[in-house]
Write a protein that binds this ligand. Structure first.
Ligand code: NAD
Length: 238
């Protein structure tokens, strides 16, 4: 049985990713700070309660590797948004966004490659369309998600010799509980966003999960270092 680790795999987009890997017969290990919605996944999932921003060397990966003998797939999904323009972001806030979205992912990629050198494997990093283009009032987030794309390419180039691939997914506007809650109060804003999306609607968490699963699978055996938008065409223009 193959093993996948999904950070933040108990909520939002990560929950759909956990469900996708479970459906394909993977043993899924979720790394998150709390239970979240993990009960929705049944009893097949292992939860590791870890604050990945605090676990500076991504030791949680060594814990799982010692237990399972191999980690076939690592999905670095956990992340945070900050909705502020550059002049309103203080140094501490900027450091928090970079620490979780970039530094923790950097540490996880390094630890993963080190552990899987003999076995190969696949990493999928969750960036954002903010990794491909500027978004309004999101300077720290866009900076972080753009760095995720650079990290992904660098890991792809360095780890290919070990049979390890590294790709990124860049989700656009996705219908999650959070976006629904915000936009239900402001339907006009939702209409405006949808008018700008070439496909005409928000995506679903399952759309992102399918892309993550594809990049992690052998179907993508010759795909390495890409940043794949899952955004209904938003980032390429209208
Ligand atoms: N929701 C969207 O529309 C959207 C769009 C583009 C990109 N993304 C990216 O997708 C990823 C998931 O987004 P989401 O909206 O599902 O997020 P969410 O806030 O619903 O869930 C985040 C998950 O990450 C975990 N997490 C956060 N900080 C952590 C920490 N320090 N240690 C351990 N776990 C931690 C949380 O426990 C939670 O499970 C993020 O990287 C986000 O930037 C989301």
């Amino acid at each position: 049985m193959k093993t996948a680790i999904i950070t933040g795999g108990n909520k939002g987009l990560g929950l759909a990713q956990s469900a996708r890997f479970l459906a394909a017969g993977y043993r899924v290990h979720v790394v998150a700070r709390s239970d979240g919605d993990i009960a929705k996944l049944g009893d097949q999932v292992r939860l590791h309660q870890v604050d990945i921003a605090e676990d500076k060397n991504a030791d949680y990966l060594s814990t799982v590797h010692a237990e399972t003998g191999a980690i076939d797939v690592l999905v670095n999904n956990a992340g945070m948004h900050l909705k502020k323009p550059v002049w309103d972001v203080d140094a501490e806030e900027f450091a928090r966004v970079i620490d979780l979205n970039v530094r923790a992912m950097f540490a996880a990629c390094g630890r993963y490659v080190d552990l899987q050198k003999e076995q190969g494997g696949a990493i999928v990093n969750i960036s954002s369309m903010g990794g491909l283009m500027a978004l309004p009032s999101a300077a720290a987030y866009v900076t972080a998600k753009t760095a995720v794309v650079g990290l992904t390419r660098s890991v792809a180039v360095d780890a290919a010799r070990f049979g390890i691939r590294c790709n990124a997914v860049c989700p656009g506007f996705i219908d999650t509980d959070m976006t629904r809650a915000v936009l239900e109060k402001d339907p006009a804003r939702r209409d405006k966003i949808e008018a700008r999306i070439p496909s005409g609607t928000f995506g679903l968490p399952e759309d992102v999960a399918n892309a993550v699963f594809y990049l992690a699978s052998d179907q993508a055996a010759y795909v390495n270092g890409v940043a794949l938008p899952v955004d209904g065409g938003y980032a390429v223009g209208f």
